[in-house]
Design a protein around this ligand. Structure first.
Ligand code: 8YV
Length: 315
């Protein structure tokens, strides 16, 4: 029997490419120089799209594939998939939740520690001879015992909270409703009020059109000149222009960011700021987790073509 034809939007590690090739006839969109012509050529036979969280699948891509049945996302976030276009045609969508939760939370905590204690600058202090020439490294701010706010207490938000408890932090969270399993944490319904009582504000909510710029001027102002914003979700959750202005003026103390509008080509204003820690969207980027994500992506495709229930459907 002929293998189902799939469109692969972006590259995966080699350990995922081989099993994909074994099970499917894979058309690699990212290798095509003329992407529109490539879609016109292969689109009519495509039955599945394999994509990544930040790449998704837009309406033009979905429309170019009239026989499309399923979109499998390598990532927990599926905000870059045009869900309305999928609903209209009954196209199923799957993601890779759970397997990446702990790594994403780990990176959020690492970013908080790194930025608050000035770890990157401290290494430069050693390497460029400043330690010997100038003496002690400037004092930084402590983390333990301070106030953390979590915007979005889903799987990743809860994993962040679990870790913050180890630092004896006072934890509050904002969510559409109080959450079971949030014992010992204060519920604050308003993001501005959450920011106002936080030293560190973690943004961990799933992005959608409803959450766009939820961290806007008011939230940033409330976090204030001593506050730190940590984003391990999606750039669209933050008003980046407001964030840049606040970082430049000192109205916001600092930010630790793993995601950016237009990434990987981020706004160059970020690059010259002294009060940011910038990461290349790699919160789920460990060998172990990426292997598990690749397996789950394939398990969803395999289940679909075997007529079995999808392991992790979102639509
Ligand atoms: C990316 C992510 O999918 O889980 C998500 O939503 O954005 C990430 O895990 C990953 O960077 C692979 O491209």
């Amino acid at each position: 029997m002929a293998k189902p034809e799939i469109l692969q939007v972006g590259p995966y590690p080699q350990w995922d490419e081989e099993p994909l090739d074994e099970a499917f006839q894979v058309h690699r969109y990212f290798d095509a120089t003329d992407k529109a012509a490539f879609l016109r050529q292969v689109g009519p036979n495509i039955r599945a799209i394999a994509t990544r969280g930040e790449l998704g699948a837009n309406r033009a891509m979905i429309d170019a594939c009239p026989k499309l049945e399923v979109i499998s996302v390598y990532g927990v976030g599926y905000d870059a998939v045009d869900l309305a276009a999928c609903r209209e045609r009954g196209i199923r969508v799957t993601n890779t939740p759970d397997v990446l939760t702990n790594d994403v939370a780990d990176l959020g905590i690492a970013m908080m520690l790194c930025q608050s204690r000035g770890v990157i600058g401290a290494e430069t202090w050693v390497k460029d001879g400043s330690w010997a020439a100038k003496g002690l490294y400037p004092l930084k701010r402590k983390v333990w015992g301070r106030r953390a706010g979590i915007l979005g207490l889903g799987r990743i938000g809860l994993a962040v909270a679990q870790r913050l408890k180890g630092f004896d932090m006072e934890i509050a969270y904002c969510n559409p409703a109080p959450k079971a399993g949030a014992e010992g944490m204060e519920y604050i319904a308003d993001p501005v009020a959450l920011a106002a009582r936080s030293d560190f504000l973690f943004v961990t909510l799933a992005a959608s059109s409803q959450t766009r710029h939820i961290v806007g001027r008011e939230v940033i102002a409330a976090l204030g000149s001593e506050g730190m914003l940590i984003n391990i979700s999606r750039a669209s959750n933050i008003d980046e222009e407001a964030l840049l202005e606040a970082l430049e003026s000192g109205a916001l103390g600092s930010a630790a960011l793993d995601v950016f509008e237009g990434e990987p080509k981020l706004n160059p204003r970020f690059l010259t700021l002294p009060n940011v820690l910038l990461q290349p969207h790699h919160a789920s980027g460990t060998i172990e987790t990426r292997k598990a994500m690749g397996q789950l992506l394939r398990d969803n495709l395999t289940a679909h073509f075997a007529g079995q229930p999808l392991p992790t459907p979102v639509l």
